[in-house]
Unconditional design. Structure first.
Length: 88
């Protein structure tokens, strides 16, 4: 594995640790929604680095589906949180 890939994966691991901290300690539901979205994005980025290093191109479709599911999930959660805010 190249030095660039190692550094990228290390930075993504640090990002994941910080995001999990925010996910656990987030005072509001919207903080947790954003943390989950960033965590999904971090996982997709880490998998993309692994795909680039090992040249395993058939996993690109899996990355696309995971990114799409993360986007749809965050939009749905944001709409739910907005509806709950309107009900107060």
């Amino acid at each position: 594995m190249s030095v660039v890939a190692t550094v990228a994966l290390a930075l993504l691991a640090v990002t994941a640790v910080m995001v999990v901290y925010r996910l656990v300690r987030g005072p509001h539901a919207l903080d947790r929604i954003v943390a989950v979205e960033i965590l999904v994005t971090t996982v997709v980025a880490g998998a993309a680095v692994a795909v680039a290093v090992w040249e395993y191109t058939s996993a690109v479709l899996v990355l696309l589906v995971l990114a799409l599911l993360g986007f749809i999930g965050s939009v749905t959660a944001a709409r739910l949180a907005e509806e709950r805010e309107d009900m107060r």
